[in-house]
Design a protein around this ligand. Structure first.
Ligand code: AMP
Ligand code: TRP
Length: 336
């Protein structure tokens, strides 16, 4: 189907411009690093975003913001395809067909569905239940070999693999069985306020989380107020010094220096100086990203161009897959 000798990597993210440091080190930075090696598709999944209550104006804005952040982080649209899910015909079409072979019970048992449904109370839309099927379609439509995701998405990749296998067995071999691509070496960034839990945009304490677009003064303040411990050694000890260990991790990931190098450099130093230097390193990393972000958001025409180019490349493959799938499903060919 995809005649290119390179393997295909696809990943998607819901439109939310508010990425935090953990998203950068745990996800976006790794996407940038695979661009040279694979045919890469990055989807901004606006159709997934409407499975929870939302505002249309906010969704539109967030879609552009997300695109601008990704570009600013280094996803080069000349080397990969970045597209909006709703621009490509085939995602919802394939989801319908996969849904017809997907056991209802399996969808009802998905952890993310149960969590989100609980939060919604009485008003759970059927789209939320169908979310994993649409995600499977996102992946299979491009016949992706590998899907970079976080741990929390593993169950969704499992169901995608199940559906691919079931389709192949029910009709005939069609889809690759995609592998999750979970970077082993990526930094796991924890909350500045509760260094035993991961940094997350849903942190109850907003000071626990550094957003990529936080102004330098805010970053400095958040890092200065990061929880540490009563000791004074700057060394990694995840159990007894989770706060300092997390800051070392952040410093290392931001500066490219190893934790061991930093430990040696800060022997005998105090927490105040150390934190100030961590802040400098994070700001040095984020300032150019923020500058590029500001330029991209000013230039709507360029953002639209990127989306157009991405959608065209994605659509080409999507149509091919869809035609094949429709034929196998027994649909009469559309008269030309
Ligand atoms: P989320 O914002 O939770 O939807 O996560 C999006 C992506 O960022 C996933 O691939 C996560 O694994 C990654 N990610 C989110 N938070 C962190 C973190 N604190 N440390 C490392 N990776 C993270
Ligand atoms: N469910 C993913 C998340 O919340 C987003 C997503 C949708 C996705 N479709 C995908 C991720 C396809 C990878 C591949 O993070």
């Amino acid at each position: 189907m995809n005649t290119s000798p390179r393997k295909t990597v696809l990943t998607c993210a819901q439109p939310s411009g508010k990425l935090q440091l953990g998203n950068y080190f745990g996800a976006v930075k790794n996407w940038v690093s695979v661009i040279e090696e694979y045919d890469c598709f990055f989807g901004i999944v606006d159709q997934h975003a409407i499975t929870m209550p939302y505002s249309p104006a906010d969704l539109r804005k967030a879609t552009y913001e997300t695109l601008a952040v990704y570009l600013a982080c280094g996803l080069d649209p000349e080397k990969c395809s970045i597209f909006a899910q709703s621009h490509v015909i085939g995602h919802t079409e394939l989801a319908w067909i996969l849904g017809c072979i997907c056991p209802l019970g399996q969808l009802e048992r998905m952890t993310q569905f149960k969590d989100k449904a609980k939060r919604q109370g009485q008003n759970v839309g059927a789209g939320l239940l169908y979310y994993p099927v649409l995600m499977a379609a996102d992946i299979l439509l491009y016949n992706a070999h590998a899907v970079p995701v976080g741990e929390d998405q593993k169950q969704h990749i499992e169901i995608t693999r199940d559906l691919a296998q079931k389709f192949n067995a029910t009709y005939s071999p069609t889809f690759n069985i995609p592998e999750p691509m979970i970077p082993q070496t990526a930094a796991r960034i924890r909350s500045l306020q509760d260094p035993t839990s991961k940094m997350s945009k849903s942190d109850p304490n907003p000071n626990g989380c550094v957003y990529l677009l936080d102004p330098p003064s805010v970053i400095r303040k958040k890092i200065a107020s990061a929880v540490t411990d009563s000791g004074c050694d700057i060394c990694r000890d995840d159990e007894n010094k989770p706060g300092i260990s997390n800051l070392l991790e952040i410093y290392s990931a931001s500066s490219g220096k190893s934790v061991a190098e930093l430990e040696a450099q800060y022997q005998g130093s105090n927490y105040g100086q150390f934190k100030s230097d961590v802040a400098d390193a994070v700001i040095a990393l984020l300032e150019p990203i923020q500058q590029r972000y500001a330029e991209y958001t000013e230039n709507k025409d360029y953002l639209n161009e990127v989306l157009k180019k991405g959608a065209e490349a994605a659509q080409k493959i999507a149509y091919k897959t869809l035609a094949k799938v429709y034929r196998k499903a027994g649909f009469v060919e559309r008269p030309r």
